[in-house]
Design a protein around this ligand. Structure first.
Ligand SMILES: Cc1cc2nc3c(=O)[nH]c(=O)nc-3n(C[C@H](O)[C@H](O)[C@H](O)COP(=O)(O)OP(=O)(O)OC[C@H]3O[C@@H](n4cnc5c(N)ncnc54)[C@H](O)[C@@H]3O)c2cc1C
Length: 305
């Protein structure tokens, strides 16, 4: 869910001069380290080990999206295959989260689907799973279509759904019967009113309705992905009546105190850990969600001058 300030921020950060202010300066890179584990698989492994030792599960996101050629798409698939092999070799309690546009969706949809299938097969071989992130609304239908086919074939794939999209309630009628894990989040992109709730209250109400649906559904594995205490409390109130598996999820670097609190209360909590050199679009979404994050950057820049 993106506020008016957040929308403006997303528009400004898209400009290349602003981009290089973040990617080419110490303070910009410093801000990134709060939300990103590092640029390499070794960095991601170190953070995952630390989180696992504390009792958190992890979902590893090798950053990247909207590739523009086949070589990049195949490279992204291969990076994820290496990540799965590392999860297996080191016995990490982790799965992977993947953006389909990183695997070629929008450029070569068949390639993206074949790559997701290859990742799901390797994940199954090493005893873990794959979650498909949800991106901008122009990719929603294709993402769900690819998900449906690969989940039917493999059985270890999950998908993220966005509470701000008006269509999500109907999408769950297609997704829930497939029995995968379903990550419910508010949604991180700027979407038009025609298709997406705009107000905080509307998005929150939609989130709670969808959480109620998911937590009441048989055979599906809900993942409540939010740092909003009221949304978490609502989902927790539904957990008492639930038989099957469910978990909570939060982003690396966001509300670590609350993360620890939920863990201490005995909840299953998975931390979404991004890594890789393509961290800029991810960072701009974290800033748009909470423009106050920019303050860390501004303070660091001004204290240097
Ligand atoms: C595990 C996980 C996976 C996700 N996957 C997707 C996805 O596939 N597709 C998608 O569109 N979105 C995804 N998101 C992002 C999500 O849609 C929201 O944009 C984001 O989680 C903020 O919403 P919130 O539910 O935390 O509630 P908010 O109301 O935005 O935040 C609640 C409180 O959390 C804190 N907070 C939230 N965000 C930040 C931040 N960036 N920095 C500092 N504090 C913050 C603040 O204290 C805020 O008051 C994911 C989120 C999580 C947790």
């Amino acid at each position: 869910m993106v506020s008016v300030i957040g929308r403006a921020l997303l528009a400004v950060t898209d400009r290349s001069a602003v981009r290089s202010l973040f990617t080419d300066t110490g303070p910009g890179r410093g801000l990134a380290t709060r939300f990103v584990a590092g640029e390499t698989l070794d960095d991601a492994e170190a953070v995952t080990r630390e989180l696992n030792a504390m009792g958190f599960r992890v979902s590893l996101d090798h950053l990247g999206e909207h590739v523009t050629d086949v070589g990049q798409a195949v490279g992204a698939r291969d990076d994820y295959l290496a990540c799965l092999d590392r999860i297996a070799a080191d016995g990490l309690d982790a799965n992977i989260s993947v953006k389909l546009t990183q695997l070629g969706l929008g450029m070569d949809d068949a390639l993206a689907e074949a790559s997701l299938d290859a990742l799901a097969a390797r994940a199954a071989a090493v005893g873990t799973s794959v979650t498909v992130d949800m991106e901008e609304s122009r990719h929603t239908e294709a993402t769900i279509g690819v998900y449906e086919r690969v989940q039917r074939a493999r059985g270890n794939v999950g998908i993220a759904v966005q509470a701000y999209l008006r269509r999500t309630r109907d999408d769950l009628d297609r997704i829930v019967p497939l029995g995968g894990h379903v990550r419910l989040c508010k949604g991180a992109y700027a979407e038009p009113e025609r298709i997406a709730y705009q107000g905080r209250d509307e998005v929150d109400a939609s989130f709670d309705r969808l959480a109620t649906m998911l937590m009441g559904a048989e055979g599906v594995r809900p993942a409540i992905a939010s740092h909003d205490e009221a949304r978490i409390a609502h989902a927790r109130s539904l957990a008492a009546g639930r038989n099957g598996y469910h978990e909570f999820q939060m982003l690396y670097g966001v509300r670590p105190g609350l993360q620890q609190e939920l863990l201490d209360a005995g909840l299953r909590l998975r931390i979404y850990v991004p890594y890789g050199s393509a961290w800029y679009p991810y960072l701009t979404r974290r800033m748009a969600e909470r423009p106050a994050n920019l303050w860390f950057f501004v303070r660091a820049v001004t204290s240097r001058s």
